[in-house]
Ligand binder design. Structure first.
Ligand code: URA
Length: 248
């Protein structure tokens, strides 16, 4: 993979060492992508219980909604009694509706709740840098969503019931985008998507799928802000995601 100067600069800013070797043409390239992985674990295809939604009793199921109707349904959801009354707004998701790359985080924080867009705080800036390092950009072949559409109070972890209630919305987004790869950002997203409580360290580095789509688990950008040492590992994960995506 040949890196542009901008990509090398971004990697440098992220604190990721860029190993270069000279090809026959003299072009610089990244170190090879890690070897192929063991047998894929197939995540159970999620069954989609219908979320409890106000005034939606006679509306079409979430799994049949188009983008506009889905956005409206999310905005009116009151399924979670602790989240709905406290939110400024729901945070639906952002990006290219036909993206190859789908990044899934945990839940909106204070800034996202205020702006209505995922990953707009410091963690979001790092995510943007990670995208730039891949030659991608927010909205350019990338869609970003969260497990939850509402901010949990005090940024606590999503409760299992909240994640389950919100899942049909996320599943519909995944179906509409039809990405070629899903990236689970952090423990909460990975455990929710894979329906497991296995620690993040054990979920990384293996080929997985979600609903038949290749799924790569990596660190949450907020974790990377605290633990720079893991940035190189996150970069390895992203290169693996790219390799999976390019697989015929
Ligand atoms: N962290 C997340 O997981 N999602 C956001 O949207 C913001 C921060």
């Amino acid at each position: 993979m040949t890196l542009s100067r901008r990509q090398r600069e971004v990697l440098h800013e992220m604190g990721i060492p860029v190993w270069v070797r000279r090809g026959p043409s003299g072009a610089e390239s990244m170190a090879s992508i890690p070897r192929a992985f063991s047998e894929p674990l197939h995540a159970p295809v999620p069954s989609a219980p219908a979320p409890v939604i106000s005034s939606a009793a006679s509306s079409p199921p979430v799994a049949e909604l188009d983008w506009e109707a889905l956005r409206t349904r999310v905005a009116s959801c009151v399924a979670c009694s602790e989240l709905a009354p406290r939110r400024t707004q729901t945070v639906f998701g952002v990006g290219d509706p036909d993206a190859d790359w789908l990044f899934i985080g945990e839940a909106p924080g204070a800034e996202e709740d205020r702006c209505g867009e995922p990953f707009v705080g410091r963690a979001g800036q790092l995510l943007d840098n990670m995208l730039a390092a891949l030659g991608l950009g927010r909205g350019e072949n990338v869609y970003i969503a969260n497990i939850l559409k509402c901010r949990p109070p005090g940024n606590r972890d999503p409760a299992a019931a909240e994640a389950a209630a919100c899942r049909p919305f996320l599943d519909r987004q995944i179906a509409l985008v039809a990405p070629r790869v899903v990236i689970a950002l952090g423990r909460v997203a990975a455990q929710a998507l894979l329906d497991t409580d296995v620690p993040l360290g054990q979920l990384r580095g293996e080929d997985r799928t979600y609903g038949g789509i290749p799924l790569v688990v990596t660190y949450h950008p907020a974790h990377l802000l605290r633990s720079s040492a893991d940035k190189a590992k996150a970069w390895t994960d992203l290169l693996r995601a790219r390799a999976l995506m390019l697989r015929p």
